[in-house]
Design a protein around this ligand. Structure first.
Ligand code: ATP
Length: 211
């Protein structure tokens, strides 16, 4: 079976905590590619700090030279808010020969049962849940048994079905967040080594031009 990974997020901005875990998953699972999928109007969050075009440009810079990493702009192009369930339906049509793997950090997973039509999502892709400093496997209360039954730590089990497995995957633990980067930039602190150098340069230029 061939697999495509999808890493959704606000990427406000993209940082090494997105990039290295994505590479870890690519290698551990043998994905053909990871598609970085920035969202435009996250339904449950306030508006991003960076505008759509800047978030997109920074991802492009960050993945330069890594052919397995692809920028997927479909949610940016769509009018109005995007739901992951619709995006995954689109992707399944575009890549009928692949099994889709939606990658998310453990922190994001804790909100999963509040996502629009989350049970339908499990009918469209596998989930790959990555470790993240400070985040633990959540308790899903009423949905615990249903989700636990799908969980595995064995990469091989993804090949047993087209969708619906939840792989718990250890990745490089990097205690980096976009929030921390925005705070550093706002207070004039360096973001060196938290983001790729070309991303840092672009962000520093942007901050200098508005200060
Ligand atoms: P913010 O600080 O603005 O909330 P963030 O750093 O969490 O942002 P997002 O764009 O919201 O970044 O995250 C996109 C995806 O990447 C989510 O699934 C999130 O769990 C994951 N992710 C982000 N940072 C890390 C990290 N340091 N380690 C592992 N996963 C991460």
């Amino acid at each position: 079976m061939k697999f495509i990974g999808i890493l959704g997020g606000t990427f406000d901005p993209v940082h090494h905590g997105h990039l290295r875990p994505a590479l870890d998953v690519l290698q551990a699972v043998g994905l053909e590619q990871v598609r970085f999928l920035p969202n435009k109007t996250p339904p449950h969050r306030e508006q991003p700090w960076l505008d759509v075009d800047m978030r997109r440009q920074l991802i492009e810079l960050a993945i330069t030279g890594v052919p397995e990493f692809v920028l997927d702009e479909r949610e940016l192009r769509r009018a109005g808010p995007s739901y992951m369930v619709d995006t995954l339906s689109d992707l399944n049509k575009e890549f009928p020969d692949y099994s889709l793997c939606l990658i998310m950090g453990m922190d994001a997973f804790s909100g999963f049962t509040h996502w629009h039509r989350w049970q339908a999502i499990l009918g469209l892709c596998h989930l790959i849940i990555t470790t993240r400093p400070g985040a633990e496997l959540p308790d899903f209360a009423a949905h615990q048994a249903e989700l636990t039954a799908r969980m595995t730590r064995d990469v091989e089990s993804l090949a047993q079905s087209q969708h619906g497995q939840i792989l718990l995957q250890s990745v490089t633990l990097l205690d980096i967040s976009a929030t921390q980067i925005r705070e550093s930039l706002n207070s004039g602190k360096s973001i060196r080594y938290l983001v790729p150098d070309n991303v840092r340069e672009k962000l520093e230029n942007l901050c200098n031009s508005i200060s």
